[in-house]
Design a protein around this ligand. Structure first.
Ligand code: UDP
Ligand code: MG
Length: 316
């Protein structure tokens, strides 16, 4: 049993205030579980002393490994870096702010040992979040699941346990635009769900404001669904059909009752309406073209500046 290795993955961006407490809590929780583990911390180009502190911890405990990215690449890229460096039989991403309680890991490991490939930790309540955030999150999940071919479970963040089989599958996905919530679900497999109450951040501030979340949602939907551009087809057909009906009506009316000039208002409204729809779908198409552009450039998802603790040569 204890020859199994669990890789705990933590992206960190300006988390210096909370690091000591994070390791303390996590290590206390891990001490209760009969499993070997490694903690892979990715410093996502922090501006504070997150990296120095991580090195300190890596020096203290060989199980703590550190990847320093060359700049801030975003949480999704940092998570990808961690996934690429994990060697465990199972992998467990967890946030550095302790909003994902490490006490849950023991239950997740149990489920995994029962034979589940993926174990989700679902937020039973989101009391820590504002009403607006809860509501918008709910809309996002509804919309996403309706449009895309895969279903992502509602109120599940990156906190989950993935067996090596799922990790290998995810690592085969070559896209540069990494919507991890979607990618984590793409392989499927047998899954179990554990519920928990999500707490407030232990320290510091969230890195995701509404603008960032909006872009995140847009990126998620467009990378897993082409339904939005398809709406254009149906809307175009509907408008064309209505125009045909109205055109026939106007022609017949002219034939039977003669020429009649008024109609300025309806003309203007129609032109503006169609112009608006065209611009909207042009923008939407642009969004997809931009994504294709990003993929064909084929730039690396992240750059590692330095690493510590991965083998004999890179000890801190
Ligand atoms: N994070 C990161 N890079 C970023 C932003 C965030 O690695 O550009 C990390 C952050 O340090 C934390 C996790 O992602 O460990 C979740 O961030 P946060 O708690 O701000 O998100 P929220 O819980 O508000 O969704
Ligand atoms: Mg958080």
């Amino acid at each position: 049993m204890s020859t199994q290795l669990l890789s705990i993955l933590t992206p960190m961006y300006n988390e210096s205030e909370g690091i000591d407490f994070f390791f303390e809590t996590l290590e206390a929780a891990m001490a209760e579980i009969d499993i070997d583990y490694e903690i892979i911390c990715v410093d996502d180009g922090s501006a504070d002393d997150t990296l120095e502190q991580l090195q300190e911890h890596a020096r203290r405990d060989r199980r703590i490994k550190v990847l320093a990215l060359s700049r801030n690449f975003g949480k999704e890229a940092a998570m990808t870096a961690a996934l690429d460096h994990a060697t465990g039989d199972a992998v467990l991403p967890i946030d550095a702010d302790l909003q994902d309680p490490p006490e849950l890991i023991t239950q997740m490991v149990d489920k995994w040992r029962e034979g589940y490939t993926v174990v989700y930790a679902k937020r039973a309540s989101r009391k820590a979040d504002s009403l607006l955030k809860r509501q918008t999150a709910q809309w996002f999940y509804k919309l996403f699941n309706r449009m895309s071919e895969i279903d992502i479970p509602e109120n599940v963040g990156d906190f989950r346990l993935l067996d090596r089989r799922a990790v290998d599958a995810i690592r085969q996905l070559p896209e540069k635009d990494r919507f991890m919530k979607g990618l984590f679900c793409w392989p499927g497999f047998k899954h179990a769900v554990i519920e928990f109450d999500r707490q407030e951040r232990a320290q510091g501030q969230t890195k995701f404001n509404y603008w960032r979340l909006w872009n995140f949602a847009l990126s998620g939907i467009t990378s897993f669904s082409t339904f939005p551009i398809r709406i254009g087809i149906y809307l175009g057909l509907t408008v064309a059909f209505l125009s045909f009906m109205y055109g026939s009506f106007v022609i017949l009316k002219t034939i039977f009752t003669g020429v009649d000039v008024p109609g300025y208002a309806s003309l203007l409204v129609t032109i503006l309406f169609i112009g608006g729809i065209q611009l909207f779908f042009l923008g939407l198409l642009g969004e997809y073209v931009g994504r294709i552009y990003k993929e064909v450039k084929n730039r690396p998802i992240y750059l590692v500046a330095e690493k510590w603790g991965f083998d004999e040569r890179d000890q801190p």
